[in-house]
Every structure is written in C-alpha cells, then in structure tokens.
Design a protein around this ligand. Sequence first.
Ligand code: HEC
Length: 103
Amino acid sequence: MRLRAVTIGLALGALLAAGSTLAAERPPAVETCLGCHGIPGYKNAYPTYHVPKLGGQHAQYIVDALRAYANGERPHSTMHANAVTLTEEQIQAIAEWFEAQGE
Ligand code: HEC
C-alpha cells in the first residue's frame, strides 16, 4: 500500500515535470506570429512595419486580443486571418509562451 502511494507520487511528479518543460517550449503555432511580432532575440521579418510587441504581455491580454480579432470585435484583417484559424488550446499556449518571453 505504502509503496504504491510512493510510486504514484513519483509518477505524478514526473508528469508535472514533463508538463512544465512542455510549457516552456515554443508552441508550433507561434512560428507564424514571430514573422511579424519580433521579440528580443528574434529578427523581425518586416523591420519597417509597426507591430505590437507581444513578449512579456499578460497571457490574458493576448487571449482577449486574439478572441476579439477572431470574432471581428477588434477589426484588423491580418490579425483576423491569423486568429480565426487558432483553436482555444493554441490561443492559450501561444499567450502563455509570449508572457514568458518578458524582457
Ligand atoms: C502579417 C503580420 C502578422 C502576423 C503573421 C501576426 N500578427 Fe499579430 N498583429 C499584427 C499587426 C499589424 C497588429 C496590430 C493590429 C492592430 O492595430 O489592431 C497585430 C496585433 C496583435 C495583437 C494585439 C497586440 C496589442 O498590443 O494589442 C496580438 C495579441 C497579436 N497580434 C497576436 C498574434 C499572434 C498570436 C499571431 C500568430 C498566431 C500573430 N499575431 C500573427 C501583425 C501580425
């Protein structure tokens, strides 16, 4: 009984550790965004083009902005095109990743 609880505890710990490693990895959906939203360490593909900096923004702010672009509340054809293809999971992952890229 005791041993079993320890084993489960270890397995959970390993899962949690794996989870946090994954959270730090760049979600594949972010690749598109980085072409325009340059962050420190990345080259902006369009240096003459003004785009908001997303690194270090609150995840919730990014989530809200993406939902608003997707449903047209916030009008911007380029961002609408980008946001509308994202799943809720992708939005969350992207937002958390950008938040972690603080200065
Ligand atoms: C083709 C260039 C381009 C791509 C690709 C792009 N964006 Fe944007 N993004 C912009 C521009 C330009 C704005 C400013 C729009 C406006 O004025 O509302 C913007 C605005 C935003 C904002 C609002 C920021 C703020 O400060 O209010 C968020 C959040 C955002 N983009 C996230 C993303 C994410 C996530 C992706 C990838 C899925 C992405 N963008 C892909 C050009 C782009």
